[in-house]
Design a protein around this ligand. Structure first.
Ligand code: AMP
Length: 211
């Protein structure tokens, strides 16, 4: 059995907030992904490396075993339609909310509500649970623009401080989910490498509970 562990993670807020957790396990990347163009980062631990991937790709790398573990936002995991990964630990980092937001001066909607989002599956499930049929418009970013330009009536997006919504004349009308990043583990790796992975999970859980 290989004693190597590969951890998939995205650059930016998740990486930055995961660094102290990894450091508490004495895992320290040798390079900063904002500086290097390398996508495979060695760490001070001979057998542990980090791979830098798009946030939405983290579950894919982990499901197929290209990475043994990953750190992914709950928003990404809710939207993911793959065959499954273990999600043993809420790391309580990169916290925010997924909300439904509407223009402050709401206009009357004739016909079906049009909702713009990059979270198509989550939005569909949310409205299906409410028994409402809506038209979902897939966007890849800058969702806040859609109601301003009349592309959609409302949006589903992540909100942290609320500044982006406010700057675009939007207000939250419902919270769809509380979001934080989760540790995910490949199902086969959890069995085959459990002597390596189990202690890491235990230590990480202790660090998360302490902070
Ligand atoms: P804010 O203006 O602080 O409410 O941040 C909202 C913007 O940041 C939106 O464009 C969100 O998509 C993005 N955002 C907020 N929190 C997160 C997060 N935890 N992960 C990724 N994007 C986020």
């Amino acid at each position: 059995m290989s004693d190597n562990i590969t951890i998939a993670i995205s650059k930016g807020r998740i990486f930055n907030e995961a660094l102290p957790l990894l450091a508490a396990l004495n895992i320290r990347p040798k390079m900063d992904p904002d500086v290097t163009r390398k996508l495979i980062l060695a760490t001070n631990q001979r057998n542990i490396k980090l791979i830098i991937v798009r946030a939405t790709d983290v579950p894919t790398y982990v499901e197929y075993g290209a990475a043994d573990m990953g750190i992914a936002g709950k928003d990404v995991l809710m939207e993911y339609t793959g065959n499954g990964v273990y999600e043993p630990l809420d790391l309580q980092i990169a916290r925010c909310k997924m909300v439904l937001a509407a223009p402050k001066e709401s206009k009357k909607v004739n016909g079906r509500l049009r909702v713009a989002t990059k979270y198509v599956n989550t939005t569909r499930n949310y409205f299906a649970d409410l028994g409402r049929q809506v038209e979902i418009i897939k966007l890849y970013g800058s969702m806040e623009l859609a109601p301003v330009l009349g592309l959609a009536d409302q949006i589903v997006d992540l909100v942290d401080t609320g500044n982006t919504l406010k700057a675009n004349g939007l207000v939250p009308v419902a919270t769809i989910a509380e979001i934080s990043s989760r540790l995910i583990v490949n199902k086969a790796a959890m069995k085959m490498k459990h002597e390596l992975i189990k202690p890491m999970l235990r230590e990480l859980a202790a660090v998360v509970n302490r902070s």
